[in-house]
Design a protein around this ligand. Sequence first.
Ligand code: FPP
Length: 234
Amino acid sequence: MDTAEKDKPQNEIHHMAFIMDGNGRWAKKRHLPREYGHSAGAKKFREIIRHCANRGIGCVTVYAFSTENWKRPKKEVNTIMKLFRDYIKEAERDFEKNDVRVIFIGNRKVFDEKLRREMETVERLTASRSKILCVAINYGGRGEIVDAVNSLIAKGAASVTEEDITNAIYSGVVPPPDLIVRTGGEMRLSNFMLWQSAYSELFFTDTLWPDFTTDEVDSIIEQFCQRNRRYGGI
Ligand code: FPP
Protein backbone atom coordinates (compact mmCIF):
# COMPACT_ATOMS: atom_id res chain seq x y z
CA MET A 1 0.00 0.00 0.00
CA ASP A 2 1.58 3.36 -0.98
CA THR A 3 1.45 6.48 1.23
CA ALA A 4 -1.49 8.06 -0.64
CA GLU A 5 -3.46 4.82 -0.29
CA LYS A 6 -2.65 4.63 3.42
CA ASP A 7 -3.76 8.23 3.96
CA LYS A 8 -7.12 7.62 2.27
CA PRO A 9 -9.87 7.74 4.93
CA GLN A 10 -10.92 4.19 5.71
CA ASN A 11 -14.57 3.24 5.87
CA GLU A 12 -15.79 3.14 9.44
CA ILE A 13 -17.95 0.34 10.71
CA HIS A 14 -20.78 1.43 12.96
CA HIS A 15 -22.94 -1.59 12.25
CA MET A 16 -22.11 -5.04 10.87
CA ALA A 17 -24.90 -7.52 10.18
CA PHE A 18 -24.85 -11.26 9.58
CA ILE A 19 -27.29 -13.50 7.75
CA MET A 20 -26.29 -16.78 9.40
CA ASP A 21 -27.03 -19.25 6.61
CA GLY A 22 -25.88 -22.83 6.08
CA ASN A 23 -26.62 -24.58 9.38
CA GLY A 24 -28.79 -27.26 7.76
CA ARG A 25 -26.27 -28.07 5.03
CA TRP A 26 -23.46 -28.17 7.60
CA ALA A 27 -25.37 -30.87 9.50
CA LYS A 28 -26.33 -32.75 6.32
CA LYS A 29 -22.68 -32.96 5.27
CA ARG A 30 -22.05 -34.76 8.57
CA HIS A 31 -25.09 -37.03 8.22
CA LEU A 32 -26.63 -35.35 11.23
CA PRO A 33 -30.16 -33.99 11.69
CA ARG A 34 -30.52 -30.29 10.80
CA GLU A 35 -31.01 -29.42 14.48
CA TYR A 36 -27.32 -30.17 15.11
CA GLY A 37 -26.45 -27.52 12.56
CA HIS A 38 -28.46 -24.93 14.47
CA SER A 39 -26.75 -25.87 17.76
CA ALA A 40 -23.37 -25.46 16.08
CA GLY A 41 -24.67 -22.18 14.59
CA ALA A 42 -25.66 -20.87 18.01
CA LYS A 43 -22.13 -21.60 19.29
CA LYS A 44 -20.65 -19.81 16.29
CA PHE A 45 -22.95 -16.82 16.89
CA ARG A 46 -21.40 -16.37 20.38
CA GLU A 47 -17.86 -16.57 18.98
CA ILE A 48 -18.49 -14.11 16.15
CA ILE A 49 -20.28 -11.48 18.25
CA ARG A 50 -17.50 -11.65 20.86
CA HIS A 51 -14.93 -11.12 18.12
CA CYS A 52 -16.82 -8.15 16.66
CA ALA A 53 -17.10 -6.57 20.14
CA ASN A 54 -13.36 -7.10 20.67
CA ARG A 55 -12.73 -5.36 17.35
CA GLY A 56 -14.64 -2.35 18.64
CA ILE A 57 -17.66 -2.65 16.33
CA GLY A 58 -20.43 -0.61 17.95
CA CYS A 59 -23.39 -2.58 16.65
CA VAL A 60 -23.84 -6.13 15.38
CA THR A 61 -27.09 -7.60 14.08
CA VAL A 62 -27.75 -11.29 13.53
CA TYR A 63 -30.68 -12.67 11.54
CA ALA A 64 -31.78 -15.52 13.82
CA PHE A 65 -35.29 -16.32 12.57
CA SER A 66 -37.37 -14.83 9.79
CA THR A 67 -41.14 -14.49 9.58
CA GLU A 68 -40.90 -17.10 6.78
CA ASN A 69 -38.93 -19.63 8.89
CA TRP A 70 -42.19 -20.87 10.55
CA LYS A 71 -42.70 -22.90 7.34
CA ARG A 72 -39.96 -25.28 8.52
CA PRO A 73 -40.72 -28.59 10.26
CA LYS A 74 -41.98 -28.11 13.81
CA LYS A 75 -39.02 -29.97 15.31
CA GLU A 76 -36.57 -27.61 13.64
CA VAL A 77 -38.52 -24.49 14.64
CA ASN A 78 -38.65 -25.74 18.24
CA THR A 79 -34.88 -26.28 18.26
CA ILE A 80 -34.16 -22.75 17.02
CA MET A 81 -36.62 -21.29 19.58
CA LYS A 82 -34.99 -23.35 22.36
CA LEU A 83 -31.55 -22.05 21.35
CA PHE A 84 -32.96 -18.53 21.37
CA ARG A 85 -34.51 -19.01 24.84
CA ASP A 86 -31.20 -20.45 26.12
CA TYR A 87 -29.41 -17.37 24.85
CA ILE A 88 -31.88 -15.02 26.53
CA LYS A 89 -31.50 -16.83 29.86
CA GLU A 90 -27.72 -16.64 29.52
CA ALA A 91 -27.84 -12.94 28.59
CA GLU A 92 -30.02 -12.26 31.66
CA ARG A 93 -27.84 -14.33 34.01
CA ASP A 94 -24.53 -12.92 32.77
CA PHE A 95 -25.63 -9.39 32.01
CA GLU A 96 -23.05 -7.86 34.35
CA LYS A 97 -20.20 -9.73 32.65
CA ASN A 98 -21.05 -8.49 29.16
CA ASP A 99 -20.59 -4.99 27.95
CA VAL A 100 -23.32 -5.10 25.33
CA ARG A 101 -26.82 -3.74 25.03
CA VAL A 102 -29.08 -6.47 23.69
CA ILE A 103 -32.11 -5.52 21.64
CA PHE A 104 -34.54 -7.62 19.67
CA ILE A 105 -36.15 -6.63 16.39
CA GLY A 106 -39.10 -8.42 14.85
CA ASN A 107 -42.72 -9.06 15.62
CA ARG A 108 -42.96 -10.30 19.22
CA LYS A 109 -46.73 -10.76 19.26
CA VAL A 110 -46.38 -14.45 18.34
CA PHE A 111 -44.25 -15.26 21.39
CA ASP A 112 -45.75 -16.32 24.71
CA GLU A 113 -45.90 -13.80 27.52
CA LYS A 114 -43.04 -15.41 29.47
CA LEU A 115 -40.64 -15.14 26.55
CA ARG A 116 -41.73 -11.58 25.80
CA ARG A 117 -41.11 -10.65 29.44
CA GLU A 118 -37.65 -12.26 29.36
CA MET A 119 -36.78 -10.36 26.18
CA GLU A 120 -37.88 -7.09 27.80
CA THR A 121 -35.88 -7.90 30.96
CA VAL A 122 -32.67 -8.42 28.98
CA GLU A 123 -33.27 -5.22 27.04
CA ARG A 124 -33.87 -3.29 30.27
CA LEU A 125 -30.90 -4.75 32.19
CA THR A 126 -28.48 -3.96 29.38
CA ALA A 127 -30.01 -0.64 28.25
CA SER A 128 -27.17 1.59 29.48
CA ARG A 129 -24.41 -0.13 27.49
CA SER A 130 -23.06 1.65 24.47
CA LYS A 131 -22.29 -1.36 22.21
CA ILE A 132 -25.36 -3.03 20.69
CA LEU A 133 -26.20 -6.61 19.81
CA CYS A 134 -29.40 -6.67 17.79
CA VAL A 135 -31.10 -10.05 17.36
CA ALA A 136 -33.62 -10.24 14.53
CA ILE A 137 -36.20 -12.81 15.55
CA ASN A 138 -39.53 -13.39 13.83
CA TYR A 139 -38.26 -10.58 11.66
CA GLY A 140 -39.22 -9.62 8.13
CA GLY A 141 -38.11 -6.45 6.37
CA ARG A 142 -41.38 -5.94 4.48
CA GLY A 143 -43.44 -6.51 7.61
CA GLU A 144 -41.25 -4.02 9.46
CA ILE A 145 -41.98 -1.31 6.87
CA VAL A 146 -45.72 -2.09 6.87
CA ASP A 147 -45.81 -2.00 10.70
CA ALA A 148 -43.95 1.32 10.68
CA VAL A 149 -46.38 2.90 8.20
CA ASN A 150 -49.39 1.56 10.12
CA SER A 151 -48.05 2.94 13.39
CA LEU A 152 -47.66 6.36 11.74
CA ILE A 153 -51.21 6.18 10.34
CA ALA A 154 -52.48 5.23 13.82
CA LYS A 155 -50.83 8.40 15.14
CA GLY A 156 -52.76 10.43 12.55
CA ALA A 157 -50.31 10.71 9.64
CA ALA A 158 -51.98 11.30 6.27
CA SER A 159 -48.69 10.86 4.42
CA VAL A 160 -45.21 9.81 5.51
CA THR A 161 -41.64 10.85 4.76
CA GLU A 162 -38.49 8.70 4.60
CA GLU A 163 -37.47 10.20 7.91
CA ASP A 164 -40.80 9.18 9.49
CA ILE A 165 -40.30 5.56 8.40
CA THR A 166 -36.66 5.53 9.54
CA ASN A 167 -37.81 6.66 12.97
CA ALA A 168 -40.74 4.22 13.14
CA ILE A 169 -39.06 0.92 12.16
CA TYR A 170 -38.18 -1.63 14.87
CA SER A 171 -34.48 -0.88 14.75
CA GLY A 172 -34.90 2.75 15.87
CA VAL A 173 -31.65 2.96 17.87
CA VAL A 174 -29.67 0.88 15.38
CA PRO A 175 -27.81 2.73 12.60
CA PRO A 176 -28.18 1.33 9.05
CA PRO A 177 -25.77 -1.58 8.49
CA ASP A 178 -22.50 -0.54 6.85
CA LEU A 179 -21.97 -4.11 5.74
CA ILE A 180 -24.15 -7.18 5.56
CA VAL A 181 -22.45 -10.56 5.42
CA ARG A 182 -24.31 -13.64 4.26
CA THR A 183 -22.72 -17.04 4.75
CA GLY A 184 -23.83 -20.25 3.03
CA GLY A 185 -23.41 -19.28 -0.64
CA GLU A 186 -26.80 -17.74 -1.44
CA MET A 187 -26.71 -14.22 -2.85
CA ARG A 188 -29.86 -12.55 -1.60
CA LEU A 189 -31.13 -10.59 1.37
CA SER A 190 -34.13 -12.83 2.14
CA ASN A 191 -36.28 -10.02 3.56
CA PHE A 192 -33.51 -8.75 5.85
CA MET A 193 -33.31 -5.02 6.69
CA LEU A 194 -34.81 -3.96 3.36
CA TRP A 195 -35.24 -0.33 4.40
CA GLN A 196 -31.89 -0.03 6.19
CA SER A 197 -29.75 -1.79 3.54
CA ALA A 198 -30.15 0.86 0.81
CA TYR A 199 -26.42 1.71 0.98
CA SER A 200 -25.03 -1.30 2.79
CA GLU A 201 -22.01 -3.04 1.33
CA LEU A 202 -22.86 -6.69 0.72
CA PHE A 203 -20.53 -9.63 1.25
CA PHE A 204 -21.33 -13.22 0.33
CA THR A 205 -19.25 -16.24 1.27
CA ASP A 206 -19.73 -19.92 0.50
CA THR A 207 -18.62 -20.81 4.03
CA LEU A 208 -21.46 -22.42 5.96
CA TRP A 209 -22.25 -20.46 9.13
CA PRO A 210 -20.95 -23.07 11.63
CA ASP A 211 -17.63 -23.15 9.68
CA PHE A 212 -17.32 -19.34 9.57
CA THR A 213 -14.19 -18.02 11.29
CA THR A 214 -13.01 -14.86 12.98
CA ASP A 215 -10.24 -14.73 10.33
CA GLU A 216 -12.91 -14.53 7.65
CA VAL A 217 -14.61 -11.70 9.57
CA ASP A 218 -11.26 -9.87 9.62
CA SER A 219 -10.76 -10.44 5.90
CA ILE A 220 -14.26 -9.12 5.10
CA ILE A 221 -13.60 -6.04 7.25
CA GLU A 222 -10.35 -5.46 5.34
CA GLN A 223 -12.19 -5.69 1.99
CA PHE A 224 -14.91 -3.38 3.30
CA CYS A 225 -12.28 -0.76 4.18
CA GLN A 226 -11.12 -0.76 0.54
CA ARG A 227 -14.59 -0.31 -0.94
CA ASN A 228 -15.49 3.05 -2.41
CA ARG A 229 -18.78 4.13 -0.82
CA ARG A 230 -20.40 6.85 -2.89
CA TYR A 231 -24.02 6.88 -1.70
CA GLY A 232 -25.15 7.83 -5.19
CA GLY A 233 -22.49 10.58 -5.55
CA ILE A 234 -19.36 10.35 -7.69
C1 FPP B 1 -30.20 -20.53 8.41
O1 FPP B 1 -29.57 -21.76 8.07
C2 FPP B 1 -30.28 -20.39 9.86
C3 FPP B 1 -31.43 -20.20 10.57
C4 FPP B 1 -32.75 -20.11 9.94
C5 FPP B 1 -31.42 -20.15 12.04
C6 FPP B 1 -30.25 -19.43 12.66
C7 FPP B 1 -30.21 -19.73 14.09
C8 FPP B 1 -29.11 -19.87 14.84
C9 FPP B 1 -27.74 -19.64 14.33
C10 FPP B 1 -29.19 -20.29 16.26
C11 FPP B 1 -30.12 -19.52 17.15
C12 FPP B 1 -29.83 -18.08 17.29
C13 FPP B 1 -29.49 -17.43 18.42
C14 FPP B 1 -29.49 -15.94 18.39
C15 FPP B 1 -29.10 -18.11 19.67
P1 FPP B 1 -30.39 -22.85 7.26
O2 FPP B 1 -31.05 -23.74 8.24
O3 FPP B 1 -31.32 -22.18 6.31
O4 FPP B 1 -29.27 -23.60 6.51
P2 FPP B 1 -29.40 -24.31 5.09
O5 FPP B 1 -29.59 -23.22 4.08
O6 FPP B 1 -28.08 -25.01 4.96
O7 FPP B 1 -30.55 -25.27 5.16
